[in-house]
Every structure is written in structure tokens, then in C-alpha cells.
Design a binder for this molecule. Structure first.
Ligand code: IPM
Ligand code: MG
Length: 374
């Protein structure tokens, strides 16, 4: 089949990792008989430099018309002093809203091959970690009314959620839980915030439709603590935009694999296709130096194949290829073992391009359990 992919390489290491991900997707195309046509568009700092806007209208148009959007990263110190609505981050929030990508799926997965990189005591993560954080992405305080008082002496942002916004997000939470460990934890601050009490009320009204899912609630401060105390208690976490932003960074670090984690931002498809991106940032200090780890972006194409193109076998083939490359000992700097550690001797340190090429080779070598359709 033929698919059109809008790519947003963005800033910093974004272009480095998106390039490798597209090469991996091409390898998927060769193996399974698909064709991927890429249209690169500008967003973030590079768009500000070229057009004066972080999200040019042309970018929105191309992304909406594509079958899926692949994003690298945006932002960097060069654009840090611009007003809020002209910063690169405004482009990211804008494209999420324009595509109606209101559910952000952030799997925090510990790769057994990288268990040594986990900063928690081995007994705490014994058996591995596999948490899915589902973050509301186009509402709440990041999109609520904000402002400054005329005297310039105060400022505000507003947390506001409507029933439909909560229902659709929790619906993804319940459905995801059904496909996994059947546990859903709604994280909020219901002991203080009215909007959180509303989230609970909506969840209570929905839970009867998924009787097999064990629904629980947790205050966000406690959840932040529990993620390091006993992260294995979690299966699916569903939460608001700001809490999900914070907790997903924490969860990713807990797995020890921040350079490895992918994310999918999806909606009901009525405004546009899904958006896929690594959760690490733009790392401007190593941009263009062949040091970035491309695996999080390559794993993002696995999510893209699964969620936007409905190609599960192909998605699994990408994931299997990444696992086989890790098993063969290849490591970019961010996932290398500490000097002198026992595992170090079995590792080979590689750059962005060599890592990407190894994944391409593994996809083409039909590594792993995936069965080809063609
Ligand atoms: C993320 C990032 C963004 C967010 C920033 C860059 C606007 O932190 O994707 O988590 O807060 O959503
Ligand atoms: Mg964040």
C-alpha cells in the first residue's frame, strides 16, 4: 500500500533522528511491500527563522492531508527569549490542537537489555517495567485562559475541562487497560482542585461499561512518589495535560531509557491524522554530531504503523529489530553502560547513523518473531 507521511524534523537533533526513522520506514516498505512518500515541513525554531511563525499555515495543511505525521523535536536556546506565542513550543501545542490529537500515549517501558541503566534498586524493578501513561493533550491549563493583570503584578493560567474532553480521554484509558493489565489509575489532585473532582465524577459514571477494569484514583503528589517507590503497581495511568507532562518525564527516567521512549498523539481522526514523536527533547548541544540516539524515533514509527496505518505486523517487526540491535550490543552514548561495568565489554559504541543502519539491516533480515504478510 501507499502512504503519505508528513515529517517535521524540527530543531536540534530532530533532523538527525527523523532521517534515521524514515530510513527504517523505507526498510519496512521494502520488506512488506509498502510505499511511503515523505513531505518535510517546518515547525518550531527553524520555522521561526524561515517564516517568523513557529507553525506556518502550510505545515498545518500538509499535516492534515497526510496519513500520519512524524516529528523529531523543537526548541533551543536561540529562541528562548521570544514571547510565549512565538516560541517553538507554541508550534508543538498548535499542531496538536490543529490535528485534534487529544490523547497522548506515552509507554514507559524498560528494555531488559538496558536494565542496568535503570536508576532504581534492582529489587524494585525486578520483572521489568511497562507502564502506559495516557495524557490529555489539547485541554487543561496549557490551553486555558491565561493573562497578566494591567498593573503587571500578577499572572494566571486556568485549568478547565469539559465532560466530553474527560470522557474521550478516559475512554482511551479504559480501552487501553482492557488490552493490557486491566488496571486504570486516574491521577489527579481531587483533594484540592474542583476540576479533579469532576474528573473523578466522570470516571465513576463510565466505569460500569468496563467492569473488568480495576479503576483506582491517586493524588498526583503521591503518584510521583509511588512511581519511584513501587512503579510496578501501575498498568495504565490516565491524567490531565499538566500532570501527564510531569509524570511521563519521571516515568521515562525511571525506566532508564529516556533516549528510547516513543509517543503517539491521537484523536478521533476528524481533524487530522496521528502525530508521532520521541519523548526526548531537541538536545541542541549534540545536534548534527552523530551522537543522538535514533531509537526513540524509530520506535515512534512502530506506533505510527500500529495506530495510524493499522499495520500491526509491521509495527512488531520494527520493535523486534530494535530489540535485536540492542541485544547485539550496539549502544549510543546515552544508553552505554558506565566505564568499567561488567556489561561494558559486550557493547559497541556507535553513532546515530550506524545505529540507524543496524536497525535497517535487522528489519531487512527479518529478525524476530513477526510473520510477514507478503
Ligand atoms: C512534552 C514537552 C512539551 C509539552 C513542551 C515542549 C511544550 O514537554 O511533549 O512533554 O509540555 O507538551
Ligand atoms: Mg514534557
Amino acid at each position: 500500500m501507499k502512504f503519505s507521511i508528513a515529517t517535521i524534523p524540527g530543531d536540534g537533533i530532530g533532523p538527525d533522528v527523523v532521517r534515521e526513522a524514515c530510513l527504517a520506514l523505507d526498510a519496512v516498505g521494502r520488506r512488506f511491500g509498502h510505499e511511503f512518500a515523505y513531505t518535510p515541513v517546518l515547525m518550531g525554531g527553524c520555522a521561526i527563522d524561515a517564516t517568523g511563525l513557529p507553525l506556518p499555515p502550510e505545515t498545518v495543511k500538509v499535516c492534515k492531508a497526510a496519513d500520519a505525521v512524524l516529528l523529531g523535536a523543537v526548541g533551543g536556546p536561540k529562541w528562548d527569549n521570544l514571547p510565549g506565542n512565538l516560541r517553538p513550543e507554541a508550534g508543538l501545542l498548535g499542531i496538536r490542537a490543529a490535528l485534534g490529537a487529544w490523547a497522548n500515549l506515552r509507554p514507559a517501558l524498560m528494555f531488559p537489555e538496558l536494565a542496568a541503566a535503570c536508576p532504581l534498586r534492582p529489587d524494585i524493578v525486578e520483572g521489568g517495567l511497562d507502564i502506559l501513561i495516557i495524557r490529555e493533550l489539547t485541554g487543561g491549563i496549557y490551553f486555558g485562559e491565561k493573562g497578566r493583570s494591567p498593573d503587571g503584578q500578577s499572572a494566571w493560567d486556568t485549568e478547565k475541562y469539559s465532560r466530553p474532553e474527560i470522557e474521550r480521554l478516559l475512554g482511551v484509558g479504559f480501552e487501553s487497560a482492557m488490552k493490557r493489565g486491566k488496571k486504570l489509575c486516574v491521577v489527579d489532585k481531587a483533594n484540592v482542585m474542583e476540576s479533579s473532582r469532576f474528573w473523578r465524577e466522570v470516571a465513576e459514571g463510565m466505569k460500569g461499561r468496563w467492569p473488568e477494569v480495576a479503576l483506582s484514583y491517586m493524588y498526583v503528589d503521591n503518584a510521583a512518589m509511588q512511581l519511584v517507590r513501587n512503579p510496578r503497581q501501575f498498568d495504565v495511568i490516565a491524567t490531565s495535560n499538566i500532570f501527564g507532562d510531569i509524570l511521563s518525564d519521571e516515568a521515562s527516567m525511571v525506566t532508564g531509557s529516556i533516549g528510547m521512549l516513543a509517543s503517539a498523539s491521537i484523536g478521533d481522526g476528524s481533524l487530522g491524522p496521528g502525530l508521532y514523536e520521541p519523548i526526548h527533547g531537541s538536545a541542541p548541544d549534540i545536534a548534527g554530531t552523530d551522537k543522538a540516539n535514533p531509537l526513540a524515533t524509530i520506535l515512534s514509527i512502530a506506533l505510527l504503523l500500529r495506530h495510524s496505518l493499522g499495520l500491526e505486523t509491521e509495527a512488531k517487526a520494527v520493535e523486534a529489530a530494535v530489540r535485536s540491535v540492542l541485544a547485539s550490543g550496539l549502544r549510543t552514548g546515552d544508553i552505554a553502560s558506565a566505564a568499567g561495568s561488567p556489561s561494558k565489554a559486550r557493547e559497541k559504541s556507535v553513532g546515530t547513523r550506524e545505529m540507524g543502519a543496524a536497525v535497517v539491516a535487522a528489519i531487512e533480515a527479518k529478525t524476530g518473531p513477526a510473520k510477514d504478510r507478503t
